[in-house]
Design a protein around this ligand. Structure first.
Ligand code: HAM
Length: 415
């Protein structure tokens, strides 16, 4: 029997219920902040990610689903969506006159990663990107939106970590300092770190291997190497967050696994997520639009893992809230036609009615309705048809009432 491809899974039932609830909440909050939805293709040219996420990153190096299509194009199933959104902004010339552009997306991403709980090869992200604003205030706004979203979902036990990774101009001095530090302890670092110190020294700070984490004790701190403007930017963001009562901690090892960040980088961790504690991450990426061939436009954004979010919601709140429609069960041919007519009228009034069109007997229909979690069955047999009523059976309470047909819409609304 065919199975879903390793690392991918089907979304249905309760998990789908949480996905929908989370997506609805996100759309509501983001719209209130003036963010518009964008949908970009899953397939992008490989260069889009090589030039943004970075050739030395794990994502580009090891994790991309890449192939050559029948037309000989080298394409990638997007591992993230910031680069794709930037590509779209440039292609459609949407970043003009220095006007701000606020966008969000919801969609699947693909990374060939080792599977764990909460880590998949096809996973979903909700992301928000703001273009055209270089201020720490724009970061505070985006973070407030994020906090509002997480708060509306009722999430707790979250912690916000921030750092500044500076600008490309102040990085050489920091790279030199971290290389000196590394050389003095070379043997304590893993093979990957030896590769990283050559290609992207910042990433050594991010290594999850316990031995490397221990060897990093007393490492040079990038915030000691920031230029004047980056320092001021960082201080202002911290001042704003403090004044707004947004709790955060500074993490000098937070550098993120993607190369495009400048200045602010941040993550939100959840102590309820276990090993996969990063719920979301993001930061400023002022150089990326220009680097991908567009105008010089500053940008800031973040993306949250929807799969992990749904997992947290399940842990915290149990099953997704359900509101199953009433089930209209006609018995016999005359009732079947009447039920179609009635249901059409009730649907047009915005009521949620599921119609049982199988033509089975009442016992079978009710047994299957019980299995499916139906709460209210409206039974329309010959007797009911004659009197112009339905028998309304509350399946969880086991009670039954007779409702006049014309009363049904009002009674359903009042339930
Ligand atoms: P990222 O940190 O690579 O950032 O991914 C963001 C979030 O996506 C993670 O915190 C995690 O919740 C989720 N995620 C990543 N990989 C997986 C996986 N294999 N399975 C399940 N969830 C996963 C970015 O992607 C950036 N584009 C964020 C950003 C937007 N920066 C600026 N704007």
């Amino acid at each position: 029997m065919a199975q879903s491809v390793k690392g991918t899974r089907d979304l249905f039932g309760n998990e789908m219920g949480w996905f929908l609830r989370i997506e609805d909440t996100a759309r509501g909050v983001f719209a209130r902040h003036g963010y518009e939805e964008i949908r970009t293709p899953i397939l992008e040219e490989i260069e889009v990610f090589k030039r943004s996420v970075g050739e030395s990153s794990d994502i580009v190096n090891k994790e991309m689903y890449e192939f050559t299509d029948k037309g000989g194009r080298h394409v990638v199933m997007r591992p993230e969506n910031t680069a794709g959104v930037v590509r779209a902004m440039i292609q459609h010339k949407l970043l003009v006159n220095n006007d701000p552009k606020l966008l969000y997306y919801i969609g699947p991403m693909f990374r060939y990663e080792r599977m764990q709980a909460g880590r998949y090869r096809q996973f979903w992200q909700i992301g928000a990107e703001s273009f055209g604003i270089a201020t720490p205030e724009s970061e505070a706004e985006s973070l407030l939106m994020l906090m509002e979203f997480l708060h509306d979902l009722g999430l707790k036990h979250l912690s916000l970590s921030i750092n500044s990774v500076g600008t490309p101009e102040c990085r050489p001095a920091f790279h030199a300092a971290i290389r000196d530090f590394f050389q003095a302890r070379e043997t304590q670092f893993c093979e990957d770190c030896h590769r990283r110190i050559e290609s992207n020294p910042l990433r050594v700070l991010d290594c999850k291997v316990p031995g490397c984490q221990a060897a990093l004790e007393g490492h040079p701190v990038i915030t000691d190497h920031l230029d004047e403007a980056s320092l001021k930017h960082h201080a202002r963001l911290k001042e704003l967050l403090t004044a707004l009562g947004v709790a955060f901690e500074e993490n000098p090892r937070l550098v993120r696994g993607l190369d495009y960040y400048t200045r602010t980088a941040f993550e939100v961790l959840s102590s309820d997520l276990g090993a996969q504690s990063a719920l979301l991450g993001g930061g400023r990426y002022d150089g990326l639009v220009k680097h991908l061939g567009g105008p010089e436009v500053p940008a800031f954004g973040w993306a949250i893992g929807l799969d992990r979010l749904a997992m947290l919601m399940q842990q915290l709140h149990g099953n997704a809230p359900q509101n199953p429609p009433a089930l209209l069960i006609p018995l016999g041919e005359a009732a079947s036609l009447k039920a179609l007519t009635l249901a059409r009228d009730w649907w047009s009034q915005g009521l949620a009615i599921q119609l049982d069109t199988r033509g089975t007997n009442l016992k079978k229909a009710l047994t299957s309705a019980n299995r499916q979690g139906t709460q209210l069955a409206l039974i329309l047999g010959d007797g009911e048809l004659e009197k112009g009523v339905v028998s309304a059976k509350d399946l969880s309470a086991g009670t039954q009432e007779t409702w006049l047909l014309e009363e049904v819409p009002a009674r359903l609304r009042n339930r």
